[in-house]
Design a protein. Structure first.
Lengths: 113, 113
């Protein structure tokens, strides 16, 4: 059974800092891994999707890396802004032919102006 | 293109009642998945429907059920509500299901008193 751990659980940084969110997962037989953000009381927004054959994916100030063999992924946010404040979720897709998403508990990020 | 919509957005029920939640996927998407999010358990997968058939199911009791219509709209039903069913219920759609990028709706906040 896939389990996902995200560290730290919460992070507070001043505006402008670069930061790294960490994710580990127990079953390395994943098809892909997605990073989502969730604003309080709202749905999830997909940020990046990394295929299992890829090492990293970039979108604007966001860069996600994947080390499938060791069961780790990181999300790097450059030059953080107050609008980046949200919960970030790491979500691997696994399960053989019947893929399921497994969600971590997330990292609550607060960027202070 | 319109996003995923969920109705109602907020709902208050009492123990023992039943409730039906609705999800309209993005036009052209045939897969709809349902998730329950609580502070204690995080996001948990309920079930997935594809072309009117339940294709995947999580570990929830039979009180939780769903269906999908020919236009891909989906409903989920919870019978005999319990206090622990209070949660944010999210649906997500995609063209053919995981492991594709999932597009989430804003959720329905259910409070059981």
């Amino acid at each position: 059974k896939q389990e996902v751990t995200q560290i730290p659980a919460a992070l507070s940084v001043p505006e402008g800092e670069n930061l790294v969110l960490n994710c580990s997962f127990t079953d390395s037989a994943i098809y892909n891994l997605q990073w989502f953000r969730q604003d309080p009381g709202k749905g999830l927004t997909s940020l990046l999707l990394i295929q299992s054959s890829q090492r990293e994916q970039t979108s604007g100030r966001l860069n996600a890396s994947l080390d499938k063999s060791s069961g780790r992924s990181t999300l790097y946010i450059a030059a953080s802004q107050p609008g980046d404040s949200a919960t970030y979720l790491c979500v691997p897709s696994s399960g053989g032919s019947n893929y399921k998403l497994t969600f971590g508990k997330g990292t609550l990020l607060t960027v202070n102006p | 293109k319109a996003g995923v919509t969920q109705t109602p957005r907020y709902l208050i029920k009492t123990r023992g009642q039943q409730v039906t939640l609705s999800c309209s996927p993005i036009s052209g998407h045939r897969s709809v998945s349902w998730y329950q999010q609580t502070p204690g358990q995080g996001l948990q997968f309920l079930f997935e429907y594809f072309s009117e058939t339940q294709r995947n199911k999580g570990n929830f009791p039979g009180r939780f059920s769903g269906r999908q219509f020919s236009n891909s709209r989906s409903e989920m039903n919870v019978s005999t509500l319990e206090l622990g069913d209070s949660a944010l219920y999210l649906c997500a759609s995609s063209f053919s299901g995981a492991p594709e990028t999932q597009y989430f709706g804003p959720g329905t906040r259910l409070l059981v008193l």
